[in-house]
Design a protein around this ligand. Sequence first.
Ligand SMILES: C[S@@+](CC[C@H](N)C(=O)[O-])C[C@H]1O[C@@H](n2cnc3c(N)ncnc32)[C@H](O)[C@@H]1O
Length: 230
Amino acid sequence: MDSTQKALYARVLPLREDLTVLDFGCGNGRWAFWFAPRVARVVGVDLSPAMVSAARRLASEQGVQNVGFIVPGDEAPFPDDSFDLVNCVWVLKYILTDAGAERTIAEFCRVTKPGGYVAVIEQVNRSGSLLVESEGYYQGRALYRTPGFYIEAFKKGGLHLRHHSITNASPLFWAYSRVQRALYGPAAASPAPGLRWVTAASVRCDLLAGRAMKFRSGHHFFLFRKEGEA
Ligand SMILES: C[S@@+](CC[C@H](N)C(=O)[O-])C[C@H]1O[C@@H](n2cnc3c(N)ncnc32)[C@H](O)[C@@H]1O
């Protein structure tokens, strides 16, 4: 999924060396470290102090200078129009009230510069249902909203949809991760040695699976642009 998402970002996002990026719900910096060599500065924010520490440690180990990681409240709120791009991957689904998600989206809209972008990858479905996720060691509640919910919430903040596509991992990917887990255990590096060809095939299958599913459910990518001149 990581390769699929990053191939999509590389193709669709209008990145430049002078841009400032906010990565909201940054986790251990999976995205921040991808953006870092492509833009001027990345700020990662995460609710989890453990994730922020892990991201800071990785930045220091890898000598990445243009990233910073904070937990919300570490610093004063960002001023209006602070960022050229806000990135938010797999975070909004963990905000379990619609009012809470709308407040967070309104903040994204406020801190994005006129002409700037917000990129979101989120799990959605047609009924907008609450699910218990179970992935590896993680078990918790998540709300899979409809794509329309996100499109409307951003529109209220003056951001309009520029790109919408599916970033599902294909069924082959799930088969692959089961084989990997059986062979190497849950902590295996991804992709496991010797199974790299499956990842490559999986990325190709994503395109076909995405088309076949016709946006009904799964991982969606949304790119919104704020009104005004950059
Ligand atoms: C599934 S991980 C995704 C991490 C990263 N965006 C990525 O794609 O690799 C979700 C992350 O969102 C963070 N998170 C959840 N709710 C949040 C909130 N309200 N504010 C900031 N971070 C939040 C969690 O701590 C976790 O690190």
